[in-house]
Design a protein around this ligand. Structure first.
Ligand code: GTP
Ligand code: MG
Length: 205
């Protein structure tokens, strides 16, 4: 059995919160998934936990609307957040979602790392680049996860990554940690879970 198979022993859905103040007590290290609507946040959470339906997924963007906490092994939280940037959502609702996300990110004391998800098929999107910039300004620890990599060839993925890294290096001295993922093929599971385990051992909250 590979290491990551044993990492997740217990998953418990704790609650869905409509605002940062309603989130569970910040007593465990926390890892949250963020990115554009439909990028695959909830699917990645399901893939990592090995529980297909614990977080609700949908082909229609805008499925996740609240802050969803899942407690893993009674030791750390995985958090599924609503997506940003779905243009068909009315502007007022988009602003509300953005305020919810920003409020959560800026106030959550135990947020040890934010996983920013990027759909590997697209050219770099302004909304994602601006979000990454904002995260940098606010000094929030983050990694990038390129999602849905089962949808393109290894060669095409390599090209997309090159373009992304080039853009990031224009404003960052070093690149963040990057994970290549496919929730359908379970790509990246081992790497992400090992990252969480090693990060947890450095946490002091
Ligand atoms: P919101 O909650 O609406 O922001 O979306 P989300 O980011 O949580 O995305 P979700 O996990 O609901 O997935 C959106 C769609 O993408 C669904 O139809 C998934 O089946 C599909 N999807 C997610 N991950 C993958 C993947 O790794 N590969 C492929 N091919 N499709 C995926
Ligand atoms: Mg979702």
């Amino acid at each position: 059995m590979r290491l990551s198979m044993k990492i997740i022993k217990k998953i418990r859905f704790i609650k869905s919160s409509p605002d940062p103040d309603s989130c569970p007590e910040p007593v465990y290290p926390e890892y949250a998934f963020i990115g554009r609507s439909n990028v695959g946040k909830s699917s990645l959470l399901n893939m990592l936990t090995g529980n297909k339906n614990i977080a609700k997924t949908s082909g229609t963007p805008g499925k996740t609307k609240l802050i969803n906490h899942f407690l893993i092994n009674n030791e750390w939280y995985l958090v599924d957040l609503p997506g940003y940037g779905y243009m068909k959502t009315p502007r007022k609702s988009r602003e509300k979602i953005m305020a919810l996300i920003a409020g959560y990110i800026l106030t959550r004391k135990n947020l040890y790392c934010l996983f920013i998800l990027i759909d590997c098929r697209h050219e770099p999107q302004t909304i994602d680049l601006e979000f990454i910039k904002w995260i940098g300004i606010n000094k929030v620890p983050f990694v990038l996860c390129f999602t849905k990599t089962d949808k393109i060839s290894a060669y095409a993925l390599e090209k997309k990554l090159e373009i992304y890294k080039k853009i990031l290096l224009k404003s960052w001295q070093t690149l963040p940690e990057i994970f290549i993922t496919s929730s359908f093929k379970k790509t990246g599971r081992e790497e992400i879970l090992n990252f969480v385990v090693s990060t947890n051992s450095n946490v002091d909250i």
